[in-house]
Design a binder for this molecule. Structure first.
Ligand code: SAH
Length: 341
C-alpha cells in the first residue's frame, strides 16, 4: 500500500476519483495532513466513517519515529528519524533572524562520492519517496511547534538523482493547501547532474537552484567530486546559463574552502572569470573536516580575503554561517544509519 503523503494534490484528486470519491475530498485530506498534521485517518472527522475505512484499506499514513534529537549550543537541532525500514536519516532545523530553515535529506545514502562529504562514504540504500521527504518537515514542525519558512535540500543524498520524488515533494511543500511554503523559500542543491538541471528549468517551479561548484578547473573539481568526470565544468556552466535564461532566477554557487586546495587568490581569480556576467551569488562554506577526510578548513583570514576578492570584482559572495558543528549537523556531516548494525 502506498503512503498517502506520496501524492501531490492533483494526484490525490485522481486517486480519489479512481476509488469513486469526489475530488474535493483530496483537499480535505490535505488540510488534515499538512495543516492539522494528524497522524491517522480516524482523526479526519469531517470524512464519513465509510470513507475513512476505504482510505485505510487503500493507503497507509507513514509517520516517522524520532530516534534521537540533539541540540547545538547555537540552537540548531539535529534529528535522527527512523524511516521504518531499518534505516535512519538525519534532518536539521536551523534558526536564523529571518525565521526557521530546515535542511532535509532526499536519499538514504548518496552515490556521488564527493571526497569531503560524510553522507556518501557509506553505501547507497535507496531514494526517499515524496511522502518521506515531506514527513521530515511535518514532524519537525509538529515536534517543535515552530513554523518553518525555508526548506533546503542539503541533507543526505543528491536531490536531482531522485528527481521525480523531489519535484513532487516540492509541489506538496509549496501548495497553499499543503505545507504552504513559497517556492522561492525552497532551495535544491546539486553536485551538478547536468541533464536534470535542463529538466528542472522546464518545470514551472520558482525554487532556488544551488550548484556545488567547489573548484574552477576540471582537474581540481574531479579530484574533489567524481561527478565532474561525467559532467565537466563547461557542460555544467552551459546548463546553469540555460537555467537562468529560462527561469530568470539567480543561481547560488556553493564553494567549500579547503586549505591549500582551492582557497588562494588564484582560485578566486579563476572563479571571477568563470562566473563573470552571470546572474548568480556565491556562497562560501568553510569546509568541515570529516573523519578520514582529505581536506582541512581554510583559515578565517583566507576565507575573508577570498570573499573580498569576489565582491571587489563584481561577484556577490557571502560566507555561510557555520551552524551545528558541535553536534555534527553542519554541511557535509550528516550520515545515514543502519538500525540493525
Ligand atoms: N548532494 C547535494 C546536497 C548536499 S549538501 C549537493 O552536492 O549539492 C549541501 C552542500 O554542502 C553542498 O554544497 C556540499 O558540497 C556541501 N558539503 C558537503 N560536505 C561538506 C563539508 N565537509 N564541508 C562543507 N561543505 C560540505
Amino acid at each position: 500500500m502506498k503512503n498517502i503523503k506520496d501524492y501531490d494534490l492533483q494526484e490525490l484528486k485522481q486517486e480519489l476519483t479512481n476509488i469513486g470519491e469526489k475530488p474535493f475530498r483530496a483537499e480535505q485530506i490535505f488540510k488534515w495532513l499538512y495543516q492539522e498534521k494528524v497522524k491517522s485517518f480516524d482523526e479526519m472527522t469531517n470524512l464519513s466513517l465509510e470513507l475513512r475505512e476505504k482510505l485505510k484499506q487503500n493507503y497507509t499514513i507513514c509517520n516517522f519515529n524520532i530516534l534521537r534529537k540533539q541540540e547545538s549550543k547555537d540552537g540548531t537541532i539535529k534529528y535522527l528519524f527512523d524511516v521504518l525500514d531499518g534505516n535512519a536519516i538525519e534532518t536539521v532545523l536551523m534558526s536564523y533572524h529571518h525565521g526557521y530553515s530546515i535542511c532535509i535529506s532526499s536519499q538514504i545514502g548518496c552515490k556521488m562520492g564527493c571526497k569531503f562529504c560524510a553522507s556518501t562514504g557509506i553505501n547507497f540504500i535507496r531514494s526517499l519517496t515524496s511522502g518521506e521527504i515531506v514527513e521530515q518537515i511535518l514532524l519537525v514542525e509538529q515536534d517543535t511547534g515552530v513554523r518553518i519558512s525555508n526548506v533546503v535540500f542539503m541533507g543526505i543524498g543528491e536531490p536531482l538523482d531522485n528527481y521525480e520524488n523531489v519535484v513532487n515533494a516540492i509541489r506538496i511543500i509549496n501548495n497553499p493547501k499543503g505545507l504552504n511554503i513559497g517556492a522561492r523559500h525552497i532551495s535544491i542543491s546539486t553536485s551538478g547532474l547536468v541533464p536534470k538541471i535542463y529538466k528542472l528549468a522546464e518545470e514551472n517551479i520558482q525554487c532556488t537552484l544551488s550548484i556545488s561548484l567547489h573548484a574552477t578547473n576540471n582537474e581540481k573539481r574531479s579530484s574533489m567530486m567524481p561527478v565532474n568526470n561525467t559532467y565537466p565544468i563547461e557542460e555544467l556552466m552551459k546548463a546553469c546559463k540555460d537555467y537562468i535564461e529560462k527561469t530568470h532566477r539567480r543561481i547560488s554557487f556553493e564553494y567549500a574552502l579547503a586549505k591549500d586546495n582551492n582557497d588562494n587568490l588564484e582560485d578566486a581569480k579563476e572563479l571571477v572569470k568563470l562566473l563573470k556576467g552571470m546572474l548568480c551569488h556565491v556562497n562560501l562554506i568553510p569546509i568541515n573536516k570529516i573523519e578520514n577526510g582529505a581536506f582541512d578548513k581554510s583559515s578565517n583570514e583566507n576565507i575573508m580575503k577570498f570573499r573580498d576578492y569576489l565582491n571587489d570584482h563584481g561577484i556577490v559572495a557571502t560566507i555561510r554561517r557555520e551552524l551545528g558543528s558541535d553536534i555534527d549537523a553542519a554541511c557535509g556531516q550528516l550520515r545515514r544509519k543502519n538500525l540493525k548494525q
